[in-house]
Each structure stands twice: as C-alpha cells, then as structure tokens.
Design a binder for this molecule. Structure first.
Ligand code: GDP
Ligand code: MN
Length: 395
C-alpha cells in the first residue's frame, strides 16, 4: 500500500527522522490556516504548496509550488487543489488532487537521494544513497550507476553504526551535518523496519544553507501482508488512489490486479494465474488482469470475478482456467453457469477445467445452453483464445 507524502513524513517524524515542518490541508481555507500556523512556529513567510497524490514527479508536473505570504498560499492552493495532475507516474489522464501539504520552505544548499528497500536476491535490506538527489533515481541508476552507494543490512543483525557512517561519509557530509546524517540514516532504517515497509525513500534529502539535514520529500510503500499488525497505518489507505476494481475485488477476497491487456482471466492459485497469463501472451493476447479466486471457487466468487473483469472496457475475451484439486470441477462449472446467467457476458468465454471431475464439469458447461468454449488441454485453451481474438479483429 502506498502512502501520501504527508503520511510518510508523519511516520518518519515519529521515528526521529528530521523532516521539514508541514501540515496537510483538504481545502483552500485549511491551506491558509496551515500556513498561518507554520508562520507562527517558524517566523518565516515562504511556503511550499505540494499536491498529495500517489505519484512522483509532481514538481515537474506543476504540483509543487513556492508561495510567499498567506495570500500567495491561497492562490496557489486554489490552483493545485482540484487539478488533474499529470506526471510520468500517473498515466495520461492524470490524478485528481484532493489535498495539499503546506510546508515551510527551506534554503537548499545540496540535494541527495536516500532510500531503503528489500534486495530479494541477497535476502537483505539495502540502503541506497546518492549525491544526485532531486532527479529521478532511475535515470541515475541507468546512466551513472557508480553514483549510487549501496549498503546491505542483514535483517537479523540490523544496521550497524559504521554502515550509517560509511554512507554519510560517502555522500561527503562533514562536521555536525555528518553526525546528523548518520542519525538520519539510522532513523530512516528504523522507520522502514518498524512500519514493515517495502520502500522508504527520501528524494530529495536536503542539506540546508543553515546546515540542517532534512527530508523534503518522502515516499513509503507498506507491505500489505503486514498491515494486519499496523491498524494505525492501515487506516491511512486512501481509497481515491486505489483502482476501483481492485477495491471491489478485495471485498470478495479476490486477489485481483488490473493490467492493460485485452484478455480477462480467472484462475485458482497464484502460480496457475501466472502460467495462464503466459499462455494468453503465447496466444497473441495480453492479459487484462491477474485474478486468483483462491482455493474455494464458489458461484459467488466466480460471479464477482466475472463482474469485475467485465467492467474493464478493454476485455475482448475471458479465459477461465481452474484446476480442480480441493475444489471439484463440477462444482466450479455449476458456479460458472450460475454466474453466467446473472452477469451478461458479451465476449467469448473459454473455460478450461482440469483435475477432479473435469469431464463432469465440461459436460455441465456444454449442456448449459450457454455459449462457452471448453478446453481440457492448455494448448486447446490457448488456441481458442487466439481464435476468439482473431475473429474480433476481422469482424
Ligand atoms: P516530486 O517532484 O513529486 O518528487 O516532489 P518533491 O517533494 O521532491 O518536490 C519537488 C522539488 O521541489 C524538490 O526536488 C525540490 O527541489 C523542490 N522543493 C521542495 N521543497 C522545497 C523547499 O523547501 N525549498 C526549495 N527551495 N525547494 C523545494
Ligand atoms: Mn521528490
């Protein structure tokens, strides 16, 4: 689960990471009030108004603006709130801005990059740091990888003080800023571990003209599988930022991820779902989604699955691929027939049932009077998908 910048900064601040002072606002009035409070605490008159959406690159897209004085905050917040902000991460239609973070503006002497994530290959957390902050780290990684310092942390032993010093030294910090930077790195790592994050990223980390080490931006992605033990963090979910189909799927405990292709698929088991997506590609299609209905494919879950798949306007065929292990194929077939009667399926439907009672399942589908193409072999199913797509292309 992704978080907004203001939420990420709250978490970081709680763990002792130095972040720029700021307050979130959901209306222009709240934005002005936030700036007034910050002014009272800091005595400063320059603010940054920052669009809160789950995407990076907001600065370039016009979602991060400096404002001097409360009236300027009013004007800028008025422009940013309600705008459809387009960045390289939002997709072409952009993302509606519903809140802004008002921060005190700091004078930046240097910008750095600092991030913690999981290195699956090494089974360790990795802290990455670079003097090339403020720009997209992907570009740095692609063009000048030698400018990214990496330190791997064994989750069993945790971060050693020398590792934090190594990074701060590598970034060129000196004197008090060196001490602050090592403390910053240790606190960031603690926040990452204690909140069960899969990513905690600061870009830019700033060294201010006054010598402070501060997070100007923050991005945290939480591991969904650990959310059950962080009720306070789970409550930070912003449904407006989530795909509506994924939200609906979650209500039925379906494991659904929307993709950009044209063949919807419904499968039981994550491994089989991955294999089915490969088959769709081999057949010349592109998967429209990943959908694992789990080990217990009932009529109700199958029906919900069809409804969700069909809400995606790109879907031109549906492939159901169920392996009857614990669940019997005849039961699944009855579920499909029941669901197909309730949900209008207006694209070719190809069903492959294999495993326990596969023949009985196929017979049920064939006798149902519904236009369902059945298959037992994977190859057969793939050919039928190809044909279904081909027929539409020439129609
Ligand atoms: P992003 O574009 O979505 O990554 O948003 P950021 O929070 O990183 O802001 C974009 C840019 O705005 C940063 O890279 C900074 O250069 C600039 N910025 C953010 N806060 C301040 C600030 O307090 N003072 C100044 N001068 N620039 C800032
Ligand atoms: Mn940034």
């Amino acid at each position: 689960m992704k978080l907004h910048e203001y939420q990420a900064k709250d978490i970081l601040a709680r763990h002792g990471v130095a972040v720029q002072r700021g307050l979130v606002a959901f209306s222009v009035e709240e934005a002005v009030e936030a700036a007034r409070q910050i002014q009272q605490e800091s005595g400063k008159d320059l603010f940054v108004v920052k669009a809160q959406i789950h995407a990076g690159g907001r600065g370039k897209g016009g979602g991060v603006k400096l404002a001097r004085g409360l009236e300027a905050v009013r004007e800028v917040a008025g422009k940013i709130l309600g705008m459809k902000l387009k960045t390289h991460q939002t997709g072409p239609e952009g993302q509606l801005v519903r809140s802004v973070l008002i921060t005190e503006a700091v004078d930046i002497a240097r910008e750095y990059y600092l991030g913690v994530t999981l290195d699956r290959q090494r089974s360790m957390n990795v802290i990455m740091a670079s003097t090339e902050g403020g720009v997209e780290i992907e570009t740095v990684a692609a063009e000048t990888p030698e400018k990214i310092l990496k330190v791997w942390v064994d989750p069993l032993t945790g971060l050693s003080p020398y590792q934090a010093r190594q990074l701060a030294f590598g970034l060129g910090f000196e004197g008090q800023a060196f001490k602050d930077a090592t403390r910053f790195i240790a606190a960031l790592y603690r926040a990452y571990v204690e909140s069960d994050a899969s990513l905690a990223e600061i870009n830019p980390l700033a060294l201010t003209e006054q010598g402070q080490v501060l997070a100007l931006d923050a991005k945290i992605t939480l591991d969904d599988n650990a959310l059950f033990r962080h009720k306070d963090l789970a409550a930070m979910r912003d449904p407006y930022e989530e795909d509506p189909l994924e939200l609906e799927a979650a209500e039925y405990s379906l494991n659904y991820i929307k993709l950009d292709g044209n063949v919807g698929c419904m499968v039981n088991g994550a491994g089989l779902a991955m294999a089915t997506m490969d088959i769709i590609k081999l057949a010349g299609g592109e998967p429209a989604n990943f959908l694992d209905v789990g080990g217990n494919a009932s009529a109700e879950t199958v029906e919900a699955g069809f409804r969700i798949i069909l809400k995606d306007p790109n879907v031109r065929a549906i492939l159901v691929n169920i392996f009857g292990g614990i669940v019997r194929c005849d039961r699944v077939a009855r579920g499909i027939v029941e669901a197909a009667r309730k949900v209008e399926i207006n694209v070719p439907l190809i069903v492959r049932l294999q495993g326990t009672n596969a023949e009985e399942g196929q017979a049920i589908l064939q006798e149902s009077g519904l236009t369902i193409e059945t298959a037992i072999l994977l190859k057969e199913a793939a050919e039928k998908v190809t044909r279904a797509l081909g027929q539409q292309a020439t129609a």
